[in-house]
Design a protein around this ligand. Structure first.
Ligand code: PLP
Length: 264
């Protein structure tokens, strides 16, 4: 996933063809994955803000401004003539931006939900989006071996924090609950979902989600740049209602939110 697809990529502000791409060490580099919808980088301001914050937390310096990065993305989209997909912006020593392979969930997965596993693992600096191959590697291995869509990370206290590449939400009656901000990556999608929920008058709380609470939830979903909002049908031996009214209402509202962003 860390190779550019399509013809051009950006290296330190310059447009290059993909045969000039050198895969470099990424470990410790900060990055963003931004979804392009109809030629527009979705929720760009939020991604740029998190990119700076990650760099700050990781003690790295990015010598390019948000406006620079925004311009590079426009160049990348225009020159490749690709208007939908995922772009990786990463910075370790060099700043790179390129389209990466993605797999958005299928219609059937949105309809029937996906199964998630549980993995005892903690990300260092939860608030920073930094390439960390150990946790991601273990997660990917478990996903591949067991056929899960995602694995949810469980900390040393037995609390679910987030997915290996997504955030998690839990529904109990009319309550929407998500793990505490300081324990997770502040997903751009997570933030938007919280806004959507509040727009709908839904109460959102941050709480620890111990494994023992799982059977008490009506519905669970994960959020992220690729899945948006994706229902979870099963975690371990616990089943959840993928048709939950609140969940489906939120999914509709989120689609509207994207539509509005892209149109404006
Ligand atoms: N949590 C982790 C650990 C992630 O790696 C990601 C995205 O890759 C997310 C959450 C979701 O973040 P976003 O909604 O900004 O894509």
């Amino acid at each position: 996933a860390l190779y550019p697809i399509h013809k051009f990529f950006i290296l330190n502000g310059e447009l290059k063809t993909n045969d000039e791409f050198k895969p470099a060490e990424n470990e410790g580099g900060v990055y963003e994955v931004i979804r392009i919808v109809d030629g527009k980088p979705l929720f760009l301001e939020e991604h740029l803000a998190r990119f700076s914050r990650s760099a700050e937390i990781a003690g790295r310096e990015i010598r390019y401004s948000g406006t620079d990065v925004s311009n590079y993305l426009q160049d990348l989209i225009r020159e490749n003539k690709v208007y939908n997909g995922n772009v990786l912006v990463s910075c370790k020593v060099n700043l790179k931006a390129f389209f990466i392979a993605h797999s958005y969930p299928t219609k059937e997965q949105y309809r029937s939900g996906v199964e998630c596993g549980l993995l005892h693992a903690e990300r260092e600096n939860p608030n920073a989006k930094v390439f960390q191959t150990t946790v991601r590697g273990r997660a990917n291995q478990m996903i591949a071996e067991k056929g899960y869509y995602e694995v949810l990370l469980v900390d040393h206290n037995g609390n679910i924090t987030e997915g290996s590449r997504s955030n998690a939400f839990f529904i109990k009656g009319s309550q929407l609950i998500t793990p505490p901000s300081e324990k997770v990556l502040l997903g751009v999608t997570r933030q938007k979902v919280i806004h959507c929920a509040r727009d709908l008058g839904i109460d959102v709380k941050e709480e620890e989600i111990s494994l023992t609470r799982l059977p008490g939830f009506n519905a669970v979903f994960i959020t992220g740049t690729s899945p948006n909002i994706l229902p979870v049908s099963k975690i371990g031996i616990t089943d959840f209602d993928v048709q939950n009214t609140l969940l489906r209402k939120l999914m509709k509202q989120f689609d509207l939110c994207i539509e509005q962003y892209v149109r404006n």
